[in-house]
Design a protein around this ligand. Sequence first.
Ligand code: HEM
Length: 368
Amino acid sequence: MNLFTMKSPLWSTVRRRLTPVFTSAKLRSQQRQFIDKTQQLIQRIKMDMDRDNKVNLRMVYSDYTTDVVGQTSFGVVSEATLSGRGALRAVTLDFMKFSWWRGLCWAGIFFYPDFNDIFGFTFFPKATTEYFIKMYRQILEQRGGSTIVILPEISDEVLVAQAAIFLQGGFDTTASALAFITYELAHLPDIQDKLYDEMIEIKRNSGDAELDIEQLQAAKYLDCVIKEGLRKYPPMGWLDRVAGVDYEVDETLTIPAGTPIYVNAIGMHYNPQHYPDPLKFDPDRFLKENDNDIKSLTYIPFGEGPRMCIGRRFAMQNMAHTLSNIVLNYKILPTPRGPPHTDIPIEKKGLFLFPGENLFLQFVPRNV
Ligand code: HEM
């Protein structure tokens, strides 16, 4: 089987070796990069407002998350936040395109993996594979031809495939969540104001310094806003597993070993038994005093268990940096003809949960 068609079984080894990349200490050491990129994002929003008087959320956010994931995870210099362009951005723009062939490839990979080699189904577009192979060769050259030192037991091909999975898993999920959350904030001024009040207080208490990881951890309402955003719009609305052993659910149902299982994460997030009035964007659900109402395994935006999202803390920190800086710098307003925030169209052909149309907002500087 081609390594670009499926996650390799070697992933467990790769995952074990990559986990230290996401420790608190590592995330703290990456703060400067988060802060610099977020400042560029604030600048980019101003540029787009000056030019068009509106901002295309998903496009701007995916330019930005391409840079963040590319620079922090691969050490690649990427300037898409300001320019909207670049070699890595060409790859992520390719990821964002849908076609019948790609849909067929994904359906084949998930439901008929035995046919992958016969029909040549691949998870990533050809250009993506070529980009990552080129990038990998350059890194090898810089290291004098030796294989990547931290992962000696993994083949080059597996590493290249995992790098592509990393980028795909990281940039568009975060961009999509940010786009949905910002859209809700623009349409819910009370929530936006409450968030602004929290952030301005934290900023003043810190002597107006740039917000760092400790201050962001103190921003409890910000955390609730992000969690509610990921409840209502989990970028991966489903999880997939394969039963490892025969599993008896009850006396009428046993799932035989080898059966592919799909978990309806978004269905759980919208179940009114767990989340009353589920269509309402209500960050208060996640306040400490209400936390006990949330039952374990009914909230799974990052999955669960040993294959839970490896980038969870990275993504939460990135989103906290982004949203705090956005509300501190701008008042966010709806545009006249956008869809209602209670009924945002969803992309039907995508693998993840994305807005089905461009979402535009206006950003008014707070300090004029
Ligand atoms: C809001 C942002 C994100 C969301 C909602 C998200 C969600 C998820 C989910 C639901 C899974 C599957 C977990 C499971 O099956 O139990 C996953 C896996 C994964 N995510 Fe994320 N993710 C996000 C950001 C990121 C970032 C920033 C990175 C990397 C920088 C990343 C890298 C990965 C990888 C490599 C996997 C595969 C893990 C494995 O199979 O062991 N994700 N993510």
